[in-house]
Structures are given as structure tokens and as C-alpha cells.
Design a protein around this ligand. Structure first.
Ligand code: MRU
Length: 336
């Protein structure tokens, strides 16, 4: 693996295949746009900031694979790839943000070689910035955690969800680095288990104490006084709501009811200030994610299933937004 990065370019595009974890840590080489779209849809690469990097590198990949020698042919092929990437998953704004940023940089090129070089340069810059931004988010948020805190998290907002370090888990990592004892309660995050497979694996690798819980246990733990803070990442933050992995809203309501601070850690690239909750499409995924687990049947084959990948938490339920520009208590938002 390339250092601490979960997605990187080394004469081509590589990423950790997150669907294999925690059993196997393996890199996947992505050679085409259809393969990248499949990797995004099947969550081989996932998590909003990592999707931003995947989108950016995807545009660079399209440029590098294209046979066109003229700028207009090359750019139109890149634009077609960009549209396929944007549509791969609709909820996390970082994906289209990464695609658009790299496309805009590439358009400045005066010949095909320059277009290709600028696309890769911008994708690399975006990936490096993601690491620095997550470090800054960690520093902004670590002071909110106290020595001895039990901290609830949902899904995986760690280094796997980013180019490195993590947003919500980056805050926890920083607090631990600052010498605080933190005990993480990781929700398993049904149906795809990003909490049990990824968050527990990541924290275990860093020797940060973690207890895996069923998603429905968070309220009980709050009632028992074992959770002092809750912290999650975000896929999109509109003027009125935080979109994150389905189940986040339940934890936020429970945190509110129990007086537990509920924090959302995210980079500015996740904010979407021109939209409201009603404007955002929540991805609905295949019912078989609930009906089956591998080859095991978990429900009648023909049962009706509702399987949204994300939910929206109104900002009133969020104690503070932790960003690279500091901590903001809604309705206060970071300057964008
Ligand atoms: O479906 P996923 O695994 O891509 O969902 C990811 C999440 O909901 C994360 O919490 C979010 O992207 C923030 S990652 C820093």
C-alpha cells in the first residue's frame, strides 16, 4: 500500500478494495471508467472524501486512457466519463465536486498532453489536500472530547472513507494522540457493516479501544451513561440537514433526548449551501442487501424491501459541525 493513502496514483489508479476488509487488505488497480463506476457502486471505494478523490482521479484516468490527440476530442471523452462518474452514487456531494474540480483544471490545457498533465496534477493536489484537511478537522475537534469519554460513531468516517486519517475518526485519533483515553462504541451499520468491518478494523490497527454494538444499542448505552459524545461524518450538508449513513438520524434523536452532544465532522467540500433537504436524492440500494448475506438467505426471497443508503438529520439536532476552518454551532455555518 502507498503509505497511509487509501487511494493513489502510481503509473495508474490504485485503491484499497474495502469490500474485502477486514479479512484481506488488498489493493485494486482500476484500469477503466466502467471498472471505476463499478468500484464506486459496489463500495470498493466509499466514504464522501474518498469518493471525491476517486472522482478526481477518474477524470485523470479517462484523460490518460483516451487515444485522442486533439483537445476537443479528448475533453469530450473526459466529459462523458465525468457524467458517468457523477451518476455512480448521487448522495455524497464530494463525488461530483472532485469530478468537476479536476475537469475545470484540465480545461485550461492548450494541447492534449497539457490537458492530461493538468488533470493528473489536480487530482493529486485534491488527494494531498484531503489528508491535510482531515488533520485540521482532527485538530479543530479533538478539544471537544474529554479524557475518559465514551464516544459513539456510526458507519466509517475514518481513513478508509478518506484519502487518509479520517474525519470523525480523525477527531478521535487526534484526541488519543493528545493523551486522552477514549473508548469508541462502533455501530455495526447495517446492512453493509461499514462499522463492524471497517471502523473496528481501523481502530484496532491503531490500538484505540473499540466496542462493536448493534445499531439499536446506542440509546441503551446513552441511558446507562456510557456514551458522553457522538461523532459521525457526512455525505452532504445542506442549509438545513446533514446527510449521512442511514441510522444517523436515530442516533441524533437519541443523543438529543439524553443530552449527549452530537457532532458532525466534515470538510468544507461536503457542504452544499445552495440546497435544502428536499432537493437531495437519497440513494436507494438493492433489496438483496437485506434479504441475503453472501449465500445465506436472511429473509423471504420475494419480501418487499426499503433500503435507503442515507438519511437526513435536521441541523437542530446537531450540536456542532467540525470542519478544517473550526467548529460551528448551527445555525452558524462555516464561510464557504
Ligand atoms: O455508503 P457509504 O459507506 O459510502 O457511506 C459513507 C458514510 O455515510 C460516511 O459516514 C460518510 O461518507 C462520511 S465519510 C468521512
Amino acid at each position: 500500500m502507498e503509505g497511509e493513502r487509501t487511494i493513489w496514483w502510481q503509473d495508474g489508479l490504485f485503491m484499497i478494495d474495502q469490500t474485502l476488509l477486514p479479512a484481506r487488505l488488498e489493493a485494486l488497480r482500476v484500469k477503466s471508467i466502467p471498472q471505476l463506476v463499478e468500484a464506486i457502486r459496489s463500495l470498493r471505494v466509499r466514504g464522501a472524501p474518498a469518493l471525491g478523490a476517486a472522482g478526481g482521479y477518474g477524470v485523470a484516468l479517462a484523460a490518460h486512457r483516451s487515444p485522442y490527440g486533439d483537445v476537443s476530442g479528448l475533453l469530450s471523452e473526459m466529459e462523458e466519463a465525468a457524467e458517468r462518474l457523477r451518476l455512480a452514487r448521487p448522495t455524497a456531494i464530494n463525488l461530483s465536486w472532485g469530478v468537476d474540480r479536476v475537469l475545470a483544471a484540465a480545461r485550461q490545457g492548450e494541447d492534449a498532453d497539457e490537458v492530461r498533465a493538468l488533470a493528473l496534477q489536480e487530482a493529486e493536489a485534491l488527494a494531498s489536500e484531503d489528508l491535510a484537511i482531515n488533520r485540521a478537522i482532527g485538530k479543530s475537534g479533538a478539544r471537544l472530547l474529554e479524557d475518559g469519554d465514551g464516544v459513539l460513531t456510526h458507519c466509517n468516517a475514518g481513513r478508509l472513507a478518506c484519502v487518509g486519517w479520517g474525519t470523525a475518526l480523525g477527531v478521535i485519533r487526534q484526541a488519543v494522540q493528545d493523551g486522552k483515553q477514549i473508548h469508541v462504541y462502533a455501530c455495526e451499520t447495517r446492512p453493509l457493516h461499514q462499522g463492524s468491518r471497517l471502523t473496528c478494523w481501523e481502530l484496532g490497527a491503531d490500538h484505540i479501544p473499540v466496542t462493536l454494538i448493534c445499531d439499536g444499542v446506542s440509546g441503551t448505552l446513552m441511558r446507562q451513561g456510557r456514551i458522553q459524545k457522538a461523532i459521525v461524518g457526512a455525505d452532504r450538508i445542506t442549509r438545513d440537514a446533514v446527510f449521512n449513513k442511514v441510522g444517523t438520524y436515530n442516533h441524533a434523536v437519541l443523543a438529543h433526548a439524553h443530552g449527549v452532544p452530537f457532532y458532525v465532522a466534515a470538510p468544507l467540500s461536503t457542504f452544499d449551501p445552495i440546497r435544502e433537504e428536499c432537493d437531495v436524492q437519497i440513494e436507494e440500494r438493492d433489496g438483496d442487501e437485506l434479504r441475503r448475506m453472501g449465500h445465506t438467505q436472511l429473509a423471504p426471497c420475494d419480501v418487499d424491501v426499503y433500503n435507503p443508503a442515507f438519511d437526513a438529520t435536521p441541523l437542530e439536532k446537531v450540536t456542532a459541525l467540525i470542519t478544517e476552518k473550526g467548529v460551528f454551532k448551527p445555525p452558524l455555518m462555516p464561510p464557504l
